[in-house]
Design a protein around this ligand. Structure first.
Ligand code: CIR
Length: 253
């Protein structure tokens, strides 16, 4: 179980973050920062210690820290994000992973690309969304870095990352949005399926039996609680305007 969450502050440049379409109204940085602060409080509420990295205004997407590293078993793979504008986000995160979290680092090299948002781990298996951001080479390098089995998953049209529509609740339980990834993709896992009207609810951050879930999705909350988890809802609506989910705001160690 994780006991540390690495987070990165929200930069003033967040309104220039990559988005699938320009948000209207534009992103309100103060509101995004308040939501990020509530998220960090929720991480504490589910039992995690916080390691904060300052924002970098030259990298508007830097708060979505999940995409630049994958952590498992005392090791971190520093990814090569699919969006060239995001490749300069890694150095301070890599430094924190090595020096403060004490992890052994591996680095992904071209032509591989991988965003952490495309990596969903259930037990010993890494499911990797092959997406506009993450390629087959990235999936293969991930498997090598961790000596793990990788299952590549095709994403439905318009979905940014695998974990935009599903996330792990436990080693054998996955939360998935109806009509996106077929639950049988996750062989041997029990699927908790959130309804089509609550797709953002399918991305949750879990520690033990506690889950941070997106606020405003009541059916998701009922389903996650019925699956045996205490829930902590957090409104992340402003951060979602930059296509960010909940998992993307932290790296759990
Ligand atoms: C991007 O397009 O890269 C960012 N605006 C959003 C990244 C969200 N990452 C994630 O959900 N893992």
């Amino acid at each position: 179980m994780s006991n540390l969450a690495i987070v990165r502050e929200v930069p003033a440049s967040l309104p220039r973050a990559l988005t699938h379409r320009p948000p209207d109204p534009p992103i309100d940085v103060a509101r995004a920062r308040a939501q990020h602060a509530a998220y960090v409080d929720a991480l504490v509420a589910i039992g995690l210690e916080i390691l904060r990295i300052p924002a970098d205004d030259d990298h508007p997407d830097c708060t979505f820290v999940e995409d630049v590293a994958v952590v498992a078993g005392g090791r971190a793979l520093v990814t090569r994000p699919g969006a060239p504008s995001r490749r300069g986000e890694s150095p301070p995160v890599a430094m924190a992973l090595a020096e403060q979290a004490g992890l052994e680092l591996r680095h992904m090299e071209a032509p591989a690309t991988l965003d952490g948002g495309d990596v969903l781990r259930l037990g010993d298996v890494f499911y990797v969304g092959v997406s506009a951001r993450s390629n087959a080479d990235g999936a293969a390098r991930l498997g090598e870095a961790f000596g793990a089995r990788v299952v590549r998953v095709a994403l439905p049209p318009g979905v940014l990352h695998l974990k935009s529509v599903c996330s792990p609740l436990a080693a054998d339980v996955v939360l998935v949005a109806e009509g996106t990834i077929p639950p049988e993709t996750f062989a041997g896992a029990r699927a908790v399926v959130v309804p089509r009207g609550e797709v953002p609810g399918a991305n949750a951050v879990v520690s033990g039996r506690a889950a941070i879930i997106a606020g405003g999705f009541p059916r998701t909350r009922e389903l996650v609680e019925a699956a045996g988890f205490r829930t902590v809802p957090v409104d992340n609506s402003e951060l979602r305007k930059a296509d960010g989910a909940l998992t993307c705001l932290s790296i759990l160690v």
